[in-house]
Write a protein that binds this ligand. Sequence first.
Ligand code: SAH
Length: 232
Amino acid sequence: MKMNRLFILLFLFLPLFLTSQNDYQGAREKMLINDIKSRGVKDKLTLQAISTVPRHLFVPQELRSQAYRDGPLPIGYGQTISQPYIVAFMTEAIQPKPEFKVLEIGTGSGYQAAILGQIVDSVYTIEIIDELHQRSKKQLQDLAYHNVITKSADGYFGWEAKGPFDAIIVTAAAEFVPPPLIAQLKDGGRMIIPVGTPFSTQQLLLVTKSKGKTKTKNLMFVRFVPFTRTTD
Ligand code: SAH
């Protein structure tokens, strides 16, 4: 009798579950075409990663239905998961390759780290808010992103023991490019970082390093949450 009930429940709810999964896949494909490809993102590995990573699992449960809309969303603690297009743009801008070791500052939800984890060999990601670090670490583990290594710390100092890195992505707006991050970028490497005054528009800078010399180029104007510092 109990078994029968279980089967009935399963038959009732399985289609519902499967439909919702398909809905998300559909929403993801629409987002890819309308908000990302249409704005010029072409890199195959980046597009493939965006179409694979379940963004809805990186936003708070009550916002899942909005996970694939064309904008940032709150993730708690005054922080946000970036707009999908910005994630795609920044990923493409580092010209990611499968053999890359990448450093990310500002793990937040873990979504950008998962996108990178889908493409490159290893991702080291640092988050300053411990609760967000714990949450994203669990989510990344649950989704089996074993090549994404997380740490709770002030990302200003980078992760010297694991460097130098082929590329660095900073997802919080700094007032200047932290010198330790430049030091941990490989020769020939690319860093992408929003720089400017907190709570206003910032410039998304591409910092390249060649023969020990760094060059910066403004790619676009953006608005990110501030890069904060631990005060102890
Ligand atoms: N990449 C994230 C975006 C998160 S928003 C995502 O895909 O969801 C930026 C994050 O940077 C916030 O979680 C914020 O707490 C974090 N942050 C700000 N200053 C930092 C610092 N000095 N070191 C590490 N993380 C920092």
